[in-house]
Design a protein around this ligand. Sequence first.
Ligand code: NDP
Ligand code: GDR
Length: 335
Amino acid sequence: MKALITGITGQDGSYLAEHLLSLGYEVHGLVRRIALEDPERRFTRISHLLDRIQLHAASLESYPSIFAVVSRHEFDECYHLAAQSFVAESFADGFSTMNTNINGTHYMLAALRELRPQCRFYFAGSSEMFGLVQETPQRETTPFHPRSPYGISKVAGFDLTRNYREAYGMFAASGILFNHEGPRRGFEFVTRKITSTVARIKAGQANELQLGNLEARRDWGHSKDYVRAMYLMLQQETPDDFVVASGDSHTVREFCELAFAEVGLDYRDYVRIDERFYRPAEVEALIGDSTKARTVLGWQPTYTFSEIVREMVQNDLKMILGQNQPLSEAVSEAR
Ligand code: NDP
Ligand code: GDR
């Protein structure tokens, strides 16, 4: 089996590549040309896989570049994960988020329809599509009410995917994934911002952590668990959409409490509220009902919330104390 992963350099792409390799897949990744020119910084999450995967340069902004990659290989499955994935950035630059996320998805679907309509397609939908939630917990039938340009772009991608399935009979499925984390999470997302700063404080390299809304509530799982669900969705007899969630939700404050406690500190001594990290429209509380994924796909998560927090803190401590990785640089750029 040959799979193409867009966004292979990201958190999920790297775990999914590992999972598919372990199943005997030939794994291809679509990456930006600039990444090929700067492999040391851009390929940190996949450096250990480089001799086992094939990378192709293309841009989500360019249909011809995507068309060229799809035309050169007979892919059986395509996991479309590439996106501008940071919600806060989508408020700062809604236009480029929309362009990359909506057109990028449309280009992928159009190229596959033209060249390889039998290739199975996975779209990385998001719980951000629920936004201002219309029911709790959220499931496949819950109406969408996105609260950011990012959320809106994901609703459009979801609708495009369903339309290609209905109009052209393609095997096109969307996962509606709730937040998922892990040691490879980007530094700007709140979980990694917290765990990396905890490590810096413990190492004497920082003395406070600036955050926005501590009462925001999320259903946090582990990326390693969630990429298994993506794979399972493409192994079904018919294409369908699935919510993937832990069913357990916690506030940002609770995440802080646990992360600081992991190194013997009290978060109240270090966390400062900074208005800059509030969003113009917040998604206050998300919690998913993944009954359908659990019954139809036979999927279930293996990590608990406290195991995720512990793994992330311990990983960041190891990076900062053991290997002198430049955590400080990344964190000071984060927001
Ligand atoms: P990351 O931000 O870690 O990875 C995003 C990937 O997209 C990177 O490989 C990045 O490449 C690539 N990318 C971004 N812009 C472009 C572009 N213009 N052209 C080509 N590639 C581009 O995201 P995650 O791994 O966390 O998430 C994967 C997908 O799942 C995303 O679509 C995200 O929106 C969605 N999602 C994530 C959830 C989560 O909690 N993690 C939950 C629900 C959905 P580069 O390295 O070059 O920047
Ligand atoms: P989210 O993740 O927006 O849910 O999107 P993020 O970790 O950025 O925010 C989670 C919640 O924490 C609050 N928050 C802060 N967030 C950040 N980044 N920085 C802060 O300082 C801070 N303080 C409080 C936020 O307001 C928010 O409520 C993630 C991404 O992976 C998306 O791509 C994905 O689709 C969704 O999860 C599901």
